[in-house]
Design a protein around this ligand. Structure first.
Ligand SMILES: C[S@@+](CC[C@H](N)C(=O)[O-])C[C@H]1O[C@@H](n2cnc3c(N)ncnc32)[C@H](O)[C@@H]1O
Length: 314
C-alpha cells in the first residue's frame, strides 16, 4: 500500500495565528450569549458540562494533577480550575500562538506551560499526572493517507511510520493497511499507547469520529454518514482527519484500561424545542442562527469522546 503522511505540525508551529475559523465545539459554547448554549438543556460552557459529566464517571475530587495537551484557547482548563481550585495543571501545546493565548486565559491560575509536540514529550514527563485531557485534537496528529494505488511521488520518509503500523497490527491484532482506501490515524494510536503505557489513571480524548452513529429517534433531524475510515477535513492552511475510535479503544483495552465511549450529545444535552426542530428540519436555513444550530447539533453526534480508566482504578 502506498501512503503519504499528513502532518499539521508546521502549520501549528509557524502559520497559525487564529482559531476563530476552526470553530471547535468548545469555542462555540464560549460566548455567554452563544446560540449554541441556547439549544442545550443547561446554558453552560463546554468545560463546565464536561467537568460535571466526568464527576459521575471518575472520582474527580481525588484528582490532584491534570495535563491538557492541545488546549486551544485554554477555556476548558479555566472551567476545570474554577470548579476545582485544588487541581495542579499543566498545558502542553505545539502552537506558540495558542500557548500564548492559554497564558492569557489562565493568567489568574498557577499553571505550568510547555511549548512542545505532545508526541515528542518523554513518557516520564507525563507520568506525574492523574488525568490527561486531549479535546478535539486527535485528528491533528499525523495520519497515514492512502494514495489509492498511485505511485508515491512524495519525498517523505514514511518507512518509520510503516514500521509502526506493522507494530500496531501485531501487538494489538488490528487489520491496518488491508483496505486501499483506509487512512490510518497513526499519531492518535501513538498517543493513546503512550499515555496508557505511562500509566495515567484517567484519560479523556475526543475528536470528530469516522464511526459516529445518530441514535434512531434523532435520525429524522440529523443526517450523518460515517464511512468507518478516517476522512479528510480541509481547513485553512491544513487538513485533519476524522478518527477511528474503535482502534484506540482496542489499544487501551489491551493495555488494561476500562473504556467508556460515546457522543458529545451524551453530556451536551439538547433541548429539542420547536425552534431547534424547525432549524433541523429545513433543507435550506433561513438565517445564520438556524445554520449555526444545524452545524452545532450535527457536531454533537459527529464528535465522540473516549474515557480511559486504568484497570485497578474505580
Ligand atoms: C482544533 S484545536 C482544539 C483546541 C481545544 N482543545 C478546543 O477543543 O477548542 C487543536 C489544538 O491542538 C494543538 N495541537 C495540534 N497538534 C499538536 C501536537 N502534536 N502536540 C500538542 N498540541 C497540538 C493545537 O495547537 C491546538 O491547540
Amino acid at each position: 500500500m502506498s501512503y503519504f503522511i499528513n502532518s499539521t505540525a508546521n502549520y501549528h508551529q509557524q502559520d497559525l495565528n487564529s482559531l476563530g475559523w476552526e470553530l471547535t465545539v468548545c469555542n462555540s459554547l464560549e460566548p455567554v450569549n452563544s446560540p449554541c448554549r441556547r439549544v442545550l438543556a443547561s446554558p453552560y460552557s463546554f468545560g463546565q458540562h464536561l467537568y460535571n459529566f466526568l464527576t459521575g464517571i471518575i472520582p474527580i475530587d481525588d484528582i490532584r494533577t491534570v495535563l491538557e495537551a492541545g488546549g486551544g484557547m485554554g477555556y476548558l482548563m479555566r472551567d476545570f480550575l474554577n470548579l476545582n481550585p485544588r487541581l495542579r495543571a499543566k498545558m502542553i501545546d505545539i502552537s506558540p500562538y495558542l500557548l500564548a493565548k492559554q497564558k492569557e486565559t489562565l493568567l489568574s491560575f498557577d499553571i505550568d506551560f510547555e511549548l512542545a509536540d505532545v508526541l515528542a514529550v518523554p513518557s516520564e514527563a507525563l507520568s506525574d499526572f492523574d488525568l490527561a485531557i486531549l479535546n478535539e485534537n486527535l485528528g491533528d496528529l499525523p495520519t497515514l493517507v492512502t494514495e489509492h494505488g498511485n505511485d508515491d511521488n512524495s519525498d517523505q520518509n514514511i518507512a518509520p511510520f510503516l514500521e509502526r503500523l506493522e507494530y500496531f497490527n501485531k501487538k494489538y491484532h488490528l487489520p491496518l493497511g488491508l483496505n486501499e482506501y483506509e487512512n490510518i490515524n497513526i499519531g492518535a494510536m501513538e498517543i493513546v499507547e503512550k499515555l496508557c503505557l505511562t500509566g495515567l489513571k484517567y484519560i479523556y480524548l475526543s475528536e470528530h469520529s469516522c464511526e459516529a452513529v445518530v441514535p434512531e429517534p434523532m435520525k429524522r433531524y440529523v443526517s450523518l454518514q460515517s464511512s468507518g475510515f478516517p476522512e479528510m477535513i480541509s481547513l485553512k492552511g491544513h487538513n485533519e482527519f476524522t478518527v477511528k475510535f474503535s482502534y484506540l479503544q482496542k489499544i487501551a483495552e489491551m493495555l488494561n484500561y476500562k473504556t467508556l465511549r460515546g457522543a458529545f450529545a451524551d453530556f451536551l444535552l439538547l433541548n429539542l424545542n420547536d425552534k431547534v426542530k424547525t432549524a433541523l428540519r429545513l433543507t435550506t436555513p433561513f438565517n445564520d442562527e438556524q445554520e449555526i444550530i444545524r452545524q452545532f447539533v450535527y457536531d454533537l453526534y459527529k464528535y465522540e469522546y473516549l474515557i480511559l480508566i486504568k484497570g485497578d482504578e474505580k
